[in-house]
Design a protein around this ligand. Structure first.
Ligand code: PMP
Length: 414
């Protein structure tokens, strides 16, 4: 994308006009939650003003319209994932709930004592804790694959960790800390060779890389609306329909049933079987609008833009004394840059930057095992998206340099 393209896209994001602490907002926290373009805000607003009603059960016009829009959103998600059959798409609250759904509906019924779940040390807690809960309940074992010497998950070790006892392999597509795109095909093949389910945490990939669930060999793929420019409170689980339709429900209630008697019930076909209660209708419609927007911009172009910005940020931060960055370098590195300023707590760095209108995240990024593997408790993290400019990265790097100078006297005093 040219500077001109980015400038044009930025006009779609009203929030980017904001000032924070009397400076123009520099929003470098898109990996936590991306900003929404007006096309999404307007789609949600239009739905609420003109079409809102409960879905699936009304005989009236508004309910029929809402149902058509909601089911249209499901088909849109299926197209986004190149998944074909929309029956494989279940709307959830977020990626976290999507992974929990797999752990419950699949894991609790398929795992036995001594079975194994293979993950990596670089997973987000959303792709660890559901497996810990499952393992504790079923007497299964969670195996974590370490980093290799190049700050990437050791790919060969990941494939090699999959064995006869493996029932689930769950890993990320793009890391929320290392920023890299993980090659998954060999992992999928190894999982399938032993009959294991291959679950992909796509929370950080969906906003940045084209996704083709069949080409990846995924059996399940999870992502969140708020990271792709959509609303919060909506996410999706795609699962191969042949697997999904063999699973029992996760949550029970209205909408997910075929027939209910006072002492028993039978359940609807997929995907309704997994959507108990009134869903997040407007949010699903907003998510579909976000996916339209992403595809209009072109996900390949976004990935190229992210990678160019990451290269620029890493090169400029490398010029600064006393600043450490984490994660690999290479063509697989997207727009996520964790860093630390020597001797300064990342929260203090983030507060310093905030005073200059620059939003970054600080903490363990819900990846404590990875923090341990990197030898730190926490980092600051700048993350980029389609609206991020090189000038913003320069402003950010200059502010990081100033933060080091600002905190230097405090450091020597300690
Ligand atoms: N996986 C990864 C890699 C993430 O970055 C995140 C969000 N930080 C999640 C899962 C969970 O997403 P959510 O909080 O929207 O469920």
């Amino acid at each position: 994308m040219t500077d001109h393209d980015v400038a044009r896209l930025r006009r779609d994001f009203p929030i980017l006009e904001r000032r924070v602490n009397d400076r123009p907002l520099v929003y470098l926290d898109s990996a936590a939650s991306a900003q929404a373009p007006r096309q999404v805000l307007e789609a949600v607003d239009r739905y609420r003003r003109r079409h809102h009603a409960n879905v699936h059960r009304g005989a009236h016009t508004l309910s029929a319209e809402a149902t058509e829009m909601y089911e249209g959103a499901r088909a849109r998600v299926a197209r986004f994932l190149r998944a074909g059959d929309p029956r494989g798409v279940v709307f959830t609250r977020n990626a976290t709930e999507a992974i929990n759904l797999v752990a419950h509906a699949y894991g609790r019924h398929r795992l036995r004592e001594g079975d194994e779940i293979v993950v990596t040390v670089a997973e987000h807690h959303a792709n660890l804790v559901p497996w810990h809960l499952l393992a504790a309940e079923r007497g299964a074992i969670v195996r974590g694959v370490p980093l290799g010497s190049d700050s990437r998950v050791d790919h060969d070790a990941l494939v090699a960790a999959i064995g006869e006892r493996t029932k689930i392999v769950a890993t990320y597509h793009v890391s929320n800390v290392l920023g890299n795109l993980q090659p998954l095909r060999a992992v999928a093949d190894a999982a399938h060779a032993v009959g294991a389910l291959f679950v992909v945490d796509g929370a950080q990939a969906a906003p940045h890389v084209p996704i083709d669930v069949a080409a990846l060999g995924a059996d399940a793929y999870a992502f969140s609306g708020h990271k792709v420019g959509g609303p919060t409170g909506i996410g999706a689980l795609w699962m191969r329909p042949e697997v999904l339709e063999t699973l029992p429900p996760f949550l029970g209630g209205g909408e997910m049933i075929r027939r209910v008697e006072v002492d028993r019930s039978s359940y609807a076909d997929i995907p309704m079987r997994f959507e108990a209660g009134t869903p997040a209708i407007g949010e699903a419609i907003g998510l579909a609008a976000a996916l339209d927007y992403l595809d209009d911009v072109g996900v390949e172009a976004i990935w190229d833009h992210d990678r160019a910005l990451a290269r620029h940020a890493l090169a400029r931060l490398a010029e600064l004394d006393g600043v450490t960055t984490y994660g690999p370098e290479g063509p697989d590195r997207g727009g996520i840059v964790p860093f630390n300023v020597d001797g300064v707590h990342p929260h203090d760095v983030a507060s310093f930057l905030d005073a200059e209108g620059i939003a970054v995240r600080a903490g363990h990024h819900c990846a404590q095992p990875l923090m341990h593997a990197l030898g730190v408790d926490a980092t600051a993290r700048a993350s980029f998206w389609l609206y991020t400019t090189e000038a913003e990265i320069d402003a950010f790097v200059d502010a990081v340099a100033r933060s080091r100078a600002f905190f230097a006297p405090l450091r020597t005093a300690l």
